[in-house]
Design a binder for this molecule. Structure first.
Ligand SMILES: [Zn+2]
Ligand SMILES: [Zn+2]
Length: 364
């Protein structure tokens, strides 16, 4: 059938919203009619040509909507179900999945990066040309055909323009705290970057009972939101040195530092903000060619540097995190929001790039 999708033909050029053909879902695939999609900072990487990405591509990986059709063998959802499309699919069979770490699914990653469905299938076409889809999803479109292992049923009362944020950024932030760092009551944490992921780290740290939550950013309005969400201290890095301030506030350095920007210099600052046995968690996605330097002697006494992808999500985390929102324990409504139509997709991306709003969402 025909639908409209935003197509990226060339990095650093506006996406074009055009009519395309979408195939019916095949075995273990689901067609979702999108109701909302978030715009994540990672969407900017292919748009700016900072990661390898087959073109043309339909970008977007924070979709929420209603199941339109299901292919043979799909048992987990049926037409009419409200769903969230996670930013990854998990095979359920590889060593990572069997080890309870579906966010690190080994089978998913190649397809995820190549821009197709698991197994290489492509269901979107512009004239005779197959279109790639970002992160096996491509949510900047009216419909997405995705693996049934990437779709999770949600309660219909949860608003799609909030649910979609859990597809990537909110889950990434909360999971980094709860699953990767495993922050305990009383821990001292510092978070660099107060975009959606960093603010989700703040909310996650509050839920885990962190004693001190230091939020670092260069924009006062974001720091204000961080305080409303649970930060106990804020540091504006354009006027104060966040490493020095973290030492002052904590007395010895943070137990955990979270880098949520994807910036080499900030990663070094975050690592420098933890104490001799603290842990620095790299959450931000950098351009593929970036490198970072550390002094090896800093590792001598036990400093730890770890990565974290999609919050090291565990099976079942997504619906429970959305429940935290519906219970009022994740105050996402406090975040500055901008709502756009699909035709305004380039404007929406620009708002994210220039940090005009935290919660940029396309509503369909
Ligand atoms: Zn797997
Ligand atoms: Zn993302």
């Amino acid at each position: 059938m025909k639908m409209r999708a935003a197509i990226l033909y060339e990095p650093n050029k506006p996406m074009l919203v055009e009519e395309v053909t979408v195939d019916d879902p095949q075995e273990h695939e689901v067609m979702v009619k999108l109701l909302a999609t978030g715009i994540c900072h990672s969407d900017l990487l292919p748009i700016k040509g900072q990661v390898p990405q087959g073109l043309p591509v339909v970008v977007g990986h924070e979709g929420a909507g209603v199941v339109e059709k299901v292919g043979p063998g799909v048992a987990s959802v049926q037409p009419g179900d409200h769903v969230i499309i996670a930013c990854i699919y998990n095979c359920g069979k590889c060593p990572s999945c069997m080890d309870g770490q579906p966010s690190l699914c080994l089978e998913s990653l190649p397809w995820h990066l190549m821009g197709s469905l698991p197994g290489g299938g492509k269901r979107l076409h512009k004239d005779q040309q197959d279109l790639n889809i970002m992160y096996s999803q491509g949510s900047f479109a009216e419909y997405a055909v995705v693996s049934d292992r990437q779709v999770f049923k949600v309660k219909p009362e949860a608003p799609p323009d909030v649910v979609c944020l859990f597809s990537c950024r909110v889950t990434t932030g909360i999971g980094a705290v709860a699953n990767r760092a495993k922050v305990r009551a009383g821990d001292r944490i510092v978070v660099y970057g107060c975009g959606m992921v960093g603010l989700s780290v703040v909310m996650g740290a509050r839920l885990c009972g962190a004693g001190q939550i230091i939020a670092v950013d260069m924009l006062d309005e974001r720091l204000k939101v961080a305080r409303e969400l649970g930060a106990t201290h804020t540091v504006n890095a354009s006027s104060e040195n966040p490493q020095v301030k973290t030492m002052e506030i904590t007395g010895r350095g943070a137990d955990y530092a979270f880098e949520c920007i994807g910036n080499q210099a900030v990663m070094m600052q975050a690592f420098g903000s933890i104490h001799a046995t603290g842990t620095c968690v790299i959450v931000g996605a950098t351009p593929a060619a970036d490198m970072v330097s550390f002094f090896p002697f800093e590792f001598l006494f036990g400093k730890t540097l770890v990565g974290c992808f999609f919050g090291n999500l565990r099976p079942g985390d997504l619906p429970s995190y959305i429940d935290l929102y519906t219970q009022g324990r994740l105050p996402l409504d406090k975040l500055t929001a901008g709502y756009y139509t699909l035709d305004q997709i380039n404007e929406a991306v620009d708002a994210v790039d220039k940090a005009k709003v935290v919660r940029a969402v396309v509503r369909f």
